[in-house]
Design a protein around this ligand. Structure first.
Ligand SMILES: Nc1ncnc2c1ncn2[C@@H]1O[C@H](COP(=O)(O)OP(=O)(O)OP(=O)(O)O)[C@@H](O)[C@H]1O
Ligand SMILES: O=c1ccn([C@@H]2O[C@H](COP(=O)(O)O)[C@@H](O)[C@H]2O)c(=O)[nH]1
Length: 257
């Protein structure tokens, strides 16, 4: 089992890991059906929503950050000549679309939700207000944080680290396209070896690119554990959130309990 020495850990007598409040970071790119020209696949979003609902029904408080890579990445556009800050704002707007898609599917399943946006757009989402977000979570609403940090030159991984710290989450769950953190990018190096656990420090010094350094640093400073796991396996999001061991755990010690 994971890291019972962590102060956020809430183990029970069965030895199963349980969390009170978590921050789920969803890959934007994973919302797109491979090979499709549609940026968002409603069936994929519906499946994710069903898994969040199942985890939510166990009493878990869930905050969500969705990436925007299925629509737009600021750095890619700036490499092709667009001004970086403008390109980044476009990326943040992309995350709002993904957030609304997830909210729509969750609400269709009777899961109470709020979307809070870091860029004010009050016709479609609440503004981000930390204390309001925390209250929503206490009341059992799934809170989806849209528009990243509201600042260019950042990422939604950093947003996840920031919002998790702000709302006092116990852990960041990064649901992505790979099944954990490897010694090098497994999509480029088929011989890369996966870590079960690793320290924040090692992620930074080894320059492991699965999350950006700002996100790792913020989690390190706030002693916020991260679990990186694949969202491509059936039911993995629910299983991870309710405490099944999977993927790679990142913490201060780089060791499991
Ligand atoms: N050491 C590593 N271990 C695991 N994955 C790595 C590593 N280095 C690079 N990667 C890459 O990081 C990717 C995951 O991060 P990425 O930022 O691309 O996606 P995301 O945050 O899940 O999605 P999005 O940006 O669409 O929201 C993986 O698909 C993998 O190719
Ligand atoms: O705080 C933030 C968060 C995101 N962005 C921009 O949005 C895109 C999409 O986010 P991903 O993390 O890549 O999924 C990102 O490439 C940035 O351009 C931002 O500027 N600030």
């Amino acid at each position: 089992m994971y890291d019972v020495s962590n102060p956020h850990y809430m183990g029970d007598h069965t030895g199963t890991r349980k969390f009170r409040r978590v921050l789920l970071k969803l890959s934007g790119e994973a919302l797109r059906e491979p090979g499709s020209t549609d940026n968002i696949s409603p069936p994929i979003v519906e499946d994710i929503a069903a898994q969040i609902k199942a985890a939510h029904q166990t009493g878990l408080e869930i905050a969500v950050v969705v990436g925007g890579g299925n629509f737009w990445r600021g750095v890619s556009a700036s490499n092709k000549g667009m001004e970086r800050a403008t390109a980044d704002y476009m990326g943040m707007l992309a995350t709002v679309m993904n957030s609304l898609a997830l909210q729509s599917m969750l609400e269709a399943m009777d899961v109470p939700t709020r979307v809070q946006s870091a860029i004010e757009m009050k016709n479609v989402a609440e503004p981000f207000i930390r204390r309001v977000a925390t209250r929503h979570l206490e009341l059992g609403r799934v809170v989806i944080f849209a528009a990243g940090t509201g600042n260019p030159f950042f990422s939604t991984d950093t947003t996840a680290a920031l919002r998790a710290s702000e709302v006092g989450a116990d852990c960041v769950f990064k649901a992505t396209k790979v099944d954990g953190i490897y010694c090098s990018d497994p999509n480029k190096n088929p011989d890369a070896v996966r870590f079960d656990t690793i320290s924040f420090h090692d992620c930074l010094t080894k320059q492991l690119k699965v999350m950006d350094a700002t996100a790792f640093s913020l989690c390190m400073e706030n002693n916020m554990p991260i679990i990186v796991f694949s969202m491509n396996e059936p039911d993995n999001i629910r299983r991870a959130l309710v405490g099944e061991s999977m993927g790679t755990l990142v913490n201060a010690s780089g060791k499991d309990a």
